[in-house]
Design a protein around this ligand. Sequence first.
Ligand code: ADP
Ligand code: MG
Length: 345
Amino acid sequence: MEKKKIGVIFGGCSPEHDVSLESSYSVIKNMNKEKYDCILIGITKNGDWFKFDGDIEDIKNNTWEEKGKCTKVVISTNVSDKGLIDLENNTLIKLDAIFPVLHGKNGEDGTVQGLVELSGIPLVGCGVLSSSLCMDKYVSHKLVESYGIKVAKSIVIGNKTEASELSNKLKELTYPVFVKPMRAGSSIGITKIENENNIKMAIEEAFKYDTEIIIEENVEGIEIGCAVLGNDELTVGEVDEIELSSGFFDYTEKYTLKTSKIYVPARISKEISDKAKETAKQIYKILKCKDFARVDLFLTPQGEIYFNEINTIPGFTSHSRYPSMMKEIGISFDQLVDKLISFNI
Ligand SMILES: Nc1ncnc2c1ncn2[C@@H]1O[C@H](COP(=O)(O)OP(=O)(O)O)[C@@H](O)[C@H]1O
Ligand SMILES: [Mg+2]
């Protein structure tokens, strides 16, 4: 049987470009090469698209752009093409599916998904609506909350919000609060504020990444996560737990785990774990997810579950949370990649 050609998109015009390189490296490495032919599609930080024919170690090391193995390409939006157009040689490279392994802006937010949907090439992962809904911290909260699931109390401000309106809105909240760009990830641009003294600085920081920001009350308790896989029938991995020694799960902690630790399974009762899994499945369906997503929750000391956020392309390195939660229920990394592709071809 002829091998299926799978386009893996890596990098991206996003503050999370470097994280994507690591996730993509693991996805490519764990793809069954007997079944699939992996076509590597790199997007630079500036947003240029290339087919990359070099060594995948150069993706991991972030040296892929320097090696002269790049050819300018675009995804054809002509449905009869179903492939990439090599702009330098004027050739068409047919694809059987596209797996965007991109995080955050311009990749996890529905933009790339829209392009792939237009092309008629099967897309691995969530589609346009779901990706963009999940990317917006406020819209996703409001939708999930309307189904009776708890979320942190929050306010939203735009970069044109007047100072007086801001100060009125802030009065609705109790400190500590989290100030976040509306659509970002990896904790980029997020600050935890204990009192109003530092609020201005935190707001300025968040506005570096978006034109809208959300300010949320702190939810007391621990952070837990659920890896959800599938479509009509859903599989949920073992629930995990993040143990923080102080502060919050910021960019440094996420990628170094210097002072924090991740437990899989979480140190919670079976009853709570089952409740978290059911809630995660419900949220996955409410937000119309497809193939996979990681649902992040808070568990309060009273045993209440709060929705924090959902990642439609969660971190996918070999030590990332999603694959680790799946491993605990007997699904290895390569099986996971195989399942995600199989849902679509
Ligand atoms: N309302 C909240 N209450 C308590 N901790 C929070 C809250 N919001 C965010 N955090 C902390 O900040 C981290 C990053 O916030 P999150 O909304 O998940 O952003 P990102 O999309 O960048 O991962 C969380 O993992 C958690 O440690
Ligand atoms: Mg998060």
